[in-house]
Design a protein around this ligand. Structure first.
Ligand SMILES: *[C@@H]1O[C@H](CO)[C@@H](O)[C@H](O)[C@H]1NC(C)=O
Ligand SMILES: *[C@@H]1O[C@H](CO)[C@@H](O)[C@H](O)[C@H]1NC(C)=O
Ligand SMILES: *[C@@H]1O[C@H](CO)[C@@H](O)[C@H](O)[C@H]1NC(C)=O
Ligand SMILES: *[C@@H]1O[C@H](CO)[C@@H](O)[C@H](O)[C@H]1NC(C)=O
Ligand SMILES: *[C@@H]1O[C@H](CO)[C@@H](O)[C@H](O)[C@H]1NC(C)=O
Length: 519
């Protein structure tokens, strides 16, 4: 019997494998780690001392990895700089670095610890993944020897990179990513070009980048748009900045705006405002953590969809300016005034009544707000604001922002300054803007730095609206847009691509004309 039905059972069996092999959901973990920092020093420590410190931090990661695995997690992300902190020169970081090979060498450091020289950190991390049968992302330092024929080779003969590594559940190195957008990290070098690093598992396709990278087009946006990754692994050492760039606020908004899963693991270091990790999905945050009270780390574990873009509830693509461009601007208020959010010059208008329709413009960006407060608090003032331009002191990133935010005090000159508590709730809000970019990240931040999962959504026409009843107490409701093509560092490249585009178009037209003649 069994033999006679052999072909059928093979077919059925194959189908079963296919179905079982591709999982609909998986269990993800992120670990917010309170890193043990080295003593301040101007002179490099020995390799032994560097390893001792890293080992103490890895002991804590081990504990987190074990707990996550026990809760069924298939993958865990640990933070940037989690093994040694961030305050180094090129010389003082050097004893912490190891040579990390390209994953294509097919290496399980746990089984062959000496294959690439002295690499005790990689061996231990690989063993943690293997022993606990879980994918592990860690952030460590890579050193790559170069020689004087290479004119960019640093004087110590090594390139030094801020690097993410991923080990699979057998302990094999499956990914290596060198951070591209360094943030005041004089100890590290910038790789020649942004690296697009992905790997595939039975629970989806993964992409990787680090911290400040999230504010730029490459590799972050390209991984999602052109490489179709399902989930981004994102280690960070993120200092929170109100009102738009607090970790949980911006990272959850990026996942929604890009419609991708994002596993964000931050350092926990309260005196530098570093806290805020989360497991974010295209609809809403699944789990998040923000803690300015304790000095402890935290593990988050959550089940999420492996391939969100094939899910029946995958959010639709959004036309970010459809509504705002279609309506007539609400009558401009006489009370429009200028104000600074950090160094950026916003145009503001006050939410003077308890309900209303307002428009405020800054250059070509017009922001519209319809709102209805549950009650107008005497001691709280909100404004609608618009900003478009190169951001901050460095003036490299081009921002387009529409925001409704609570001012620090009732004095209008304090609008845009950090404020952490509010009591005003909204029966209704609807915010939109005439954005000139498709990259807009919807943020809603509530009193005491809380997110608002399930209580707001973005409509297909680009309106950010509340849902499921009265809102929580609002600090800010914002549409944070990035117009990458106007970034300062990109202008050369943008021109380049415009020229190649023109050339290709011309060639295509010539070819088409020739074909017509031939026909
Ligand atoms: C960084 O290290 C330098 C030199 O060791 C020290 O002067 C400075 O205070 C440190 N900064 C922080 C934020 O720890
Ligand atoms: C932390 O955040 C608070 C409030 O936003 C700010 O006043 C303070 O300067 C920040 N601290 C650091 C070290 O950046
Ligand atoms: C805001 O405009 C809508 C129509 O666009 C109108 O129905 C509503 O009454 C207006 N609200 C206020 C408070 O003016
Ligand atoms: C700010 O708003 C006022 C009032 O609507 C407007 O006249 C002004 O042009 C705006 N500023 C910019 C830079 O757009
Ligand atoms: C392109 O090149 C021109 C002239 O070199 C420059 O003015 C412009 O800012 C560049 N960038 C863009 C995005 O047009």
């Amino acid at each position: 019997m069994i033999r006679s039905s052999f072909p059928t059972s093979v077919a059925v069996f194959a189908l079963l494998i296919l179905n079982v092999g591709a999982k609909d959901t998986f269990i993800a973990a992120v670990y917010e780690h309170a890193v043990i920092l080295p003593d301040k020093t101007e002179t490099p420590v020995s390799e032994e001392d560097a390893f001792l410190l890293m080992n103490r931090n890895i002991d804590m990661l081990e504990n987190a990895i074990k707990q996550a695995a026990k809760q069924g997690a298939q993958i865990i992300v640990t933070p940037e700089d989690a093994l040694y902190g961030w305050n180094f020169s090129r010389e003082t970081i050097f004893p912490y670095l190891e040579n990390i090979p390209d994953p294509k060498v097919n290496w399980i450091p746990c089984e062959e610890p000496l294959r690439y020289g002295h690499t005790p950190v990689q061996a231990r991390l690989s063993c943690l993944a293997k022993t606990n049968s879980i994918y592990v992302l860690a952030n460590i330092g890579d050193k790559k020897q170069c020689n004087s024929r290479d004119s960019t080779c640093p004087s110590n003969g090594y390139y030094q990179y801020n690097t993410n590594v991923v080990y699979n559940s057998d302990g094999k190195l499956v990914a290596r990513y060198h951070k591209y957008h360094l943030y005041q990290e004089r100890q590290f070098d910038v790789p020649q070009k942004p690296e697009l690093v992905t790997f595939t598992t039975t629970f989806g396709k993964f992409g990787i980048f680090t911290c400040f990278d999230i504010l730029f087009h490459d590799p972050a946006v390209t991984l999602v748009k052109d490489f179709d990754v399902d989930t981004i692994l994102f280690p960070t050492a993120w200092m929170n900045v109100l009102p738009f760039l607090t970790a949980i606020e911006f990272h959850s908004a990026w996942a929604m705006g890009m419609r991708v899963n994002l596993l964000a693991a931050n350092i926990h270091h309260v005196s530098l405002n570093m806290t805020g990790s989360g497991i974010y999905t295209p609809h809403s945050p699944k789990a998040y953590h923000y803690d300015m009270e304790t000095t402890d780390g935290k593990i988050l574990v959550s089940e999420i969809e492996s391939r969100p873009r094939f899910s029946p509830v995958y959010p639709p693509a959004i036309n970010w300016n459809a509504y705002a461009k279609a309506i007539k601007p609400f009558p401009i208020q006489k009370k429009t005034f200028g104000g600074l959010v950090s160094r950026d010059e916003f145009n503001f208008t006050e939410l003077y009544e308890s309900a209303g329709n307002l428009t405020v413009c800054k250059n070509k960006l017009c922001c519209h707000l319809s709102y209805h407060m549950l009650g107008k608090e005497e001691n709280e003032v909100y404004v609608l604001g618009a900003f478009t331009g190169l951001h901050g002191r460095r003036k490299k990133e081009y921002w387009q922002v529409c925001t409704m935010l609570k001012c620090k005090t009732t004095d209008l000159t304090t609008c845009g300054q950090p404020v952490e508590t509010a009591s005003t709730r909204f029966e209704m809000f609807s915010l939109s803007g005439t954005f000139e970019t498709e990259y807009v990240f919807p943020e809603v931040l509530l009193s005491k730095i809380h997110l608002s999962p399930g209580k707001f959504e973005v409509l297909k026409d680009g309106r950010l609206v509340n849902k499921n009843g009265i809102s929580g107490s609002v600090l800010t409701v914002s549409l944070f847009g990035r117009q990458y093509t106007k970034d300062y560092s990109n202008s050369g490249r943008a021109n380049h691509s415009a020229i190649s585009y023109l050339l290709i178009t011309t060639l295509l037209i010539i070819t088409a004309l020739q074909n017509i003649e031939l026909a």
